[in-house]
Design a protein around this ligand. Structure first.
Ligand SMILES: Cc1cc2nc3c(=O)[nH]c(=O)nc-3n(C[C@H](O)[C@H](O)[C@H](O)COP(=O)(O)O)c2cc1C
Length: 172
């Protein structure tokens, strides 16, 4: 449902992403499209390498999207967390978040690492983490540009829409 709200009254949804071969970037664009289509939140899409701590502090909710690398979140995403972790501590308590991990075959290590960080920040998950499998488990498939199936992009889009709508309705 699209609603017209003054821009300054709209909650802010911040989507932070990192991607090396395109899968997480596509999911981030889909999540942002879902959030924007809802029309009730201001959706900001930022690369992990670019996002500022002030933007993280100003957000009302978060979607973090990135690949699993070596059973962890990717280095660029971790650098974002390292740069912002202590500045955010006790200043974002209770805010909602969602997590999308793209993974060649697993994803659970990155999810666990994110959950520990989110617990430290006292963030509240709005849904189970979404792991999107890209079936990349050999050097050639890992290096290849990724095409994410429409059904997976739809799931990312739904998370964006659900987060935007929930923020605007104040249900988180
Ligand atoms: C250095 C490196 C390490 C990786 N390690 C894992 C891993 O531990 N588990 C896994 O499931 N996939 C692993 N992958 C595969 C990526 O998670 C997968 O290709 C993902 O779709 C990439 O997302 P992106 O296109 O957004 O970069 C690894 C890829 C790279 C480049």
């Amino acid at each position: 449902m699209s609603r017209t709200m003054p821009k300054d009254a709209q909650p802010r949804l911040l989507i932070v992403w990192h991607s090396r071969t395109g899968a997480s970037a596509a999911c981030a664009r889909a999540a942002a499209a879902g959030g924007r289509a809802d029309g009730s939140a201001r959706v900001v899409l930022r690369a992990a390498t670019q996002v500022r701590t002030t933007e993280l502090l100003a957000a009302d909710g978060y979607i973090f999207i990135g690949p699993e690398n070596l059973a962890s979140m990717s280095g660029a995403m971790k650098e974002m967390v390292d740069r912002s972790y202590y500045a955010m501590l006790d200043r974002v308590n209770g805010r909602p978040y969602a997590l999308i991990i793209t993974a060649g075959s697993d994803g659970s290590g990155a999810v666990r690492q994110w959950q520990r960080i989110a617990t430290g920040w006292r963030l509240k998950p709005i849904a189970d983490p979404l792991i999107i499998c890209t079936h990349a488990d050999a050097p050639e498939t890992i290096a290849a540009r990724k095409i994410v199936p429409a059904s997976d992009l739809a799931r990312a889009r739904d998370i964006g829409a659900g987060m935007a709508n929930g923020l605007a309705m104040g249900i988180f």
